[in-house]
Write a protein that binds this ligand. Structure first.
Ligand code: UDP
Length: 187
């Protein structure tokens, strides 16, 4: 039985998702303000802002039922960023975009699950946050196209290429989560 589940899990598609430098830096930290009471004193706690935008994005994929199988924080070189966006090399914004992607930490991830490439793009929303629906990541958390906080592969070939560019095979894990039978109905 376990073997069947493992085979099933291995057949799920994978996509490359990245929190771009603006997403990492934005923080969206207001939810992290808390008041700690100690005797008669109260202190406002401001936790480091970096954690929140990243966790917000991770939790949206996780809550849907997708599985995180690889994650790392990297500052890509401009050359590497150019490779990632090679399909856009003739666009006027290509140079600025490559420079921007290499300007700070990026959280690179691989997510796995049925339909994760297409549905991941739905969770992310339209490229231009002005056109992204409310409820999507870009719709809720970003304002302009040049700072739209997240990247997601746009198709199976791109997903394969981007995963290979950002991750070595040994940096990705294969496992069956306990929730899988409840998410997919596999016995
Ligand atoms: N981009 C930009 N200006 C534009 C269009 C795109 O700066 O007019 C940036 C934006 O950050 C976008 C990225 O280039 O996320 C890649 O563009 P693509 O068309 O592949 O959109 P995505 O797949 O990210 O939605």
């Amino acid at each position: 039985m376990l073997q069947d589940q493992e085979v099933h899990a291995a057949e799920f598609e994978r996509t490359f998702i990245a929190v771009k430098p603006d997403g990492v830096q934005r923080g969206l930290s207001h939810r992290n303000c808390g008041v700690m009471r100690c005797g008669n004193h109260s202190t406002t706690i401001l936790q480091p802002p970096m954690r929140d935008a990243i966790s917000e994005i991770i939790s949206r994929f996780e809550r849907k039922g997708y599985k995180l199988v690889g994650i790392k924080v990297v500052v890509p070189t401009k050359e590497f960023a150019g490779k990632h966006y090679h399909a856009l090399k003739d666009k006027p914004f290509f140079n600025g975009l490559s420079e921007f992607l290499s300007s700070g930490p990026v959280v690179a991830m691989v997510w796995e699950g049925e339909g994760v490439i297409t549905y991941g793009r739905k969770l992310i929303g339209a490229t231009d946050p002005q056109k992204s629906e409310p409820g999507t990541i870009r719709g809720d958390l970003a304002v302009v196209v040049g700072r739209n906080i997240i990247h997601g592969s746009d198709g199976p070939e791109t997903a394969k290429d981007e995963i290979n560019l950002w991750f070595k095979p040994e940096e990705l894990v294969s496992f069956t989560s306990n929730a899988e039978k409840w998410i997919y109905g596999v016995n």
